[in-house]
Ligand binder design. Structure first.
Ligand code: FMN
Length: 424
C-alpha cells in the first residue's frame, strides 16, 4: 500500500490532497464534512475587515449547466470573503475548526486579506491566527472579483495586487517579518509575469506559493439578452477545462522558484491531482469540484492517488513529484524541420485489426486528406494533402491510428505522452 505521507513547508501531512480557500474551510460544520473524507489539509475561508461582515450580491452561485453539457461544471460566482464578522470567526469558529482538524490529523492553513498594498492591514490577522495556533497562513491576493474596474476604483486589491512584483514583494516581506509561522502567497492566473511575481515573493521570504486563484469571467444569457446572474465580471471560468491554463501557469512558477508550491485549478479527479504533483507542486488542492460534485470527490481523489501509486510502484509521492518540470521548455527550443511546405514525412498509420472504418478520421481531418474507399479495410491517406498533424490519432475511438516516419517506420506518436523528437 502506497505511503501518502508527505510534508509541506516542513509540516508533516498524511497526504497531499486538500481543499483550497472557500466556504468549506470557513465553518466547522462544513469543514468537518471535508476532513471526514480523508484529506491531508484544508485552507480557511479568507477573513478580512474590509467592510465588516462581507456582503455579496445574493444569489451568488450561477451554474452554467443549462447552457450545454460541456459547461456543466462551469459557473460564475459573486461570492467573496468570509460572511462572518472577523472577531466572531476568530473567537468562536476558528478554535472549533482547529480542534476538528486536530481530531482528523488535518493541517489547517489560515487565509486572510488586508487592504491592498498596505501591509499594516494584513499583519493583525497573521498575529491573531499565529496566537490561536494556526500553523501557516495564506495571503489571499489574486482574487478575481476586483479586477474589472479596479484600475479606476480599488487599485491594489484582488488580482491587481498579485500582478505587480514590487507590491507583492512589499506586502509579503512585511507579513513574513511580522510572524514566525510560514506565509504562503496566492497567485492569480491573470498574472502575465508569473515568474517575476514568484521570484519577488520568494525573495521576500514567502515559505510557499499557492496557484491558482480563480480566473474571472462573465456569461451572457442569449435568450434574455442580459448578463447571467450579476451584470459583472466575477469569479468564474471555473471547471475542469481551465486546468490546462492553470497547469501552465503553475509550471511557470515551479520551473522558476525553489520554494514549495500548492497547485490547483480545475481539479476534479485523482489524476488531476497527480498532474499538479508531477508539475512540481508539494500538494494539490480542489475547490469548485467539491461544490459541483459533492464532498465525496475528495475521498475519491485520496483513494485514487493511493491506487495509482500502487499500480505504478511508487512508494512515496516524492518518487514522481516534479518529474515533468525539467521537460518543460520554450516551444521554439524543440527541434523543428527546416521546411514544412513539402510533403510530410510524418503520416498516419492504420491498424487493420482495430479499425472499424467508422469514418471519424475522414470527417475530422481538417485537410481533407483521408478517404474511405469501398472494399478497403482501412482509410486511405492522400499524401499531397496530409500535413502529419496528429489530429486523427487523438480522435480515433478505436486507437487504431498512430503517427510514424514514412522512411524509417519509426513510431512518432501513438496518442500517449510526449512525441518522439524525430528531427535530427
Ligand atoms: C465558491 C468559491 C469561493 C472561494 N473563496 C475564496 C476565498 O475566500 N479566498 C481565496 O483565496 N480563494 C477563494 N476561492 C478560490 C479557490 O480557492 C481556488 O483558488 C479557485 O477556485 C481555483 O480552484 P478550482 O478550479 O479547484 O475551483 C473560492 C472559490 C470558489 C469556487
Amino acid at each position: 500500500m502506497a505511503n501518502l505521507h508527505t510534508e509541506f513547508c516542513g509540516i508533516p501531512i498524511k497526504n497531499p490532497i486538500g481543499v483550497t480557500s472557500c466556504d468549506f474551510g470557513g465553518h466547522e460544520r462544513l469543514l468537518r464534512r471535508c476532513v471526514e473524507q480523508g484529506i491531508g489539509w484544508i485552507i480557511g475561508k479568507t477573513v478580512h475587515e474590509i467592510d465588516g461582515p462581507h456582503r455579496w450580491p445574493r444569489p451568488y452561485f450561477y451554474s452554467l449547466r443549462r447552457f450545454g453539457k460541456d459547461l456543466k461544471d462551469a459557473w460564475v460566482c459573486s461570492q467573496m470573503f468570509h460572511n462572518m464578522p472577523y472577531r466572531k470567526w476568530l473567537n468562536e469558529e476558528l478554535p472549533k475548526c482547529l480542534e476538528t482538524c486536530q481530531e482528523f490529523d488535518v493541517l489547517f492553513i489560515g487565509s486572510c486579506s488586508g487592504i491592498g498594498a498596505d501591509a499594516d492591514t494584513w499583519i493583525p490577522f497573521l498575529k491573531d491566527m499565529a496566537a490561536a495556533g494556526v500553523k501557516m497562513v495564506e495571503l489571499d491576493t489574486g482574487g478575481p472579483h476586483a479586477t474589472f474596474g479596479a484600475v479606476a476604483a480599488h487599485k491594489a486589491v484582488g488580482a491587481p495586487l498579485a500582478m505587480d512584483p514590487d507590491t507583492a514583494y512589499k506586502v509579503t516581506k512585511a507579513c513574513v517579518e511580522a510572524v514566525d509561522i510560514p506565509i504562503m502567497f496566492k497567485m492569480t492566473p491573470q498574472c502575465v509575469n508569473m515568474a517575476g511575481v514568484a521570484l519577488a515573493v520568494e525573495k521576500a521570504g514567502a515559505a510557499a506559493i499557492s496557484a491558482n486563484n480563480a480566473f474571472y469571467g462573465c456569461w451572457i444569457d442569449h435568450e434574455t439578452g442580459t448578463f447571467f446572474g450579476v451584470p459583472s465580471s466575477m469569479g468564474g471560468l471555473i471547471g475542469r477545462p481551465w486546468q490546462l491554463f492553470s497547469l501552465a501557469k503553475v509550471m511557470e512558477i515551479t520551473a522558476t522558484v525553489k520554494i514549495p508550491v500548492l497547485g490547483g485549478g480545475g481539479s476534479f479527479t485523482y489524476d488531476d491531482c497527480v498532474r499538479y504533483l508531477m508539475a512540481g507542486c508539494g500538494v494539490a488542492g480542489l475547490c469548485s469540484s467539491v461544490y459541483s460534485r459533492g464532498v465525496g470527490v475528495l475521498e475519491e481523489c485520496v483513494n485514487g492517488l493511493a491506487q495509482f501509486m500502487d499500480r505504478k510502484g511508487y512508494s512515496s509521492v516524492d518518487d514522481f513529484r516534479g518529474c515533468v518540470v525539467k521537460q518543460f521548455q520554450y516551444l521554439r527550443e524543440w527541434n523543428r524541420e527546416a521546411q514544412m511546405a513539402g510533403l510530410t514525412p510524418i503520416i498516419p498509420e492504420f491498424n487493420k485489426d482495430k479499425c472499424t472504418m467508422c469514418g471519424i478520421c475522414q470527417k475530422l481531418c481538417p485537410y481533407g486528406a483521408i478517404s474511405l474507399k469501398s472494399g478497403s479495410s482501412i482509410p486511405e491517406v492522400n499524401r499531397e494533402h496530409c500535413f502529419g498533424c496528429g489530429w486523427c490519432v487523438g480522435h480515433c475511438p478505436q486507437e487504431a491510428i498512430r503517427c510514424v516516419h514514412i522512411n524509417t517506420g519509426e513510431l512518432i506518436w501513438n496518442g500517449y505522452g510526449t512525441i518522439k523528437d524525430w528531427v535530427k
